[in-house]
Write a new protein. Structure first.
Length: 163
């Protein structure tokens, strides 16, 4: 049973932008994922969307955020930042997040939800296990999924699968 997170108005605003980025990715023929890096004062520092359609399966927005943060923020700034994302980090992105020392993650939909949707649509599992972020980065402050956005994100993934 999924326990939903009730985001603050500011968090919901950021998550809605992530869903917009996911829609942009899908409209461009990519997988629907979008993410933001927000500093401790609430400023959006970096945003991106999935860019895997050309064959590089590591071009996830959360991974790009980790790279950007490592280059542009001090360790203290990274730890005080929050990553907002349309979908819970995959293990690769969670590890990158942990390795560069980023702070909190807030996500609209969980890996568990996505796995359930794909199973419903008879989509084969990917090559990497869908682990929850805490299984990859123990002790990290993580919040999600958000009931209010789940249907919208599900619809994007359904569209990707031709449903």
């Amino acid at each position: 049973m999924t326990t939903f997170y009730d985001p603050s108005p500011a968090e919901l605003h950021h998550l809605r932008r992530c869903v917009d980025l996911a829609r942009t990715a899908l409209d461009d023929g990519d997988e629907p994922f979008g993410s933001l890096l927000v500093d401790a004062e609430g400023r959006v520092l970096f945003e991106d969307r999935n860019r895997v359609k050309d064959g590089d399966a590591t071009r996830h927005p959360e991974f790009e955020i980790a790279r950007w943060a490592a280059e542009h923020q001090t360790p203290a700034e990274r730890a005080a930042s929050t990553v907002y994302t349309s979908g819970e980090h995959c293990p690769m992105c969670a590890a990158a997040h942990g390795w560069v020392g980023l702070g909190r993650i807030v996500y609209a939909t969980s890996s568990e939800q996505l796995s359930q949707w794909l199973a419903e649509w008879d989509v084969p599992a990917g090559p990497v296990a869908a682990l929850p972020i805490p299984a990859v980065v123990p002790g990290l402050d993580v919040a999600g999924p958000v009931a209010e956005l789940s249907g919208e994100v599900r619809a994007l993934h359904a569209r990707l699968q031709g449903r």
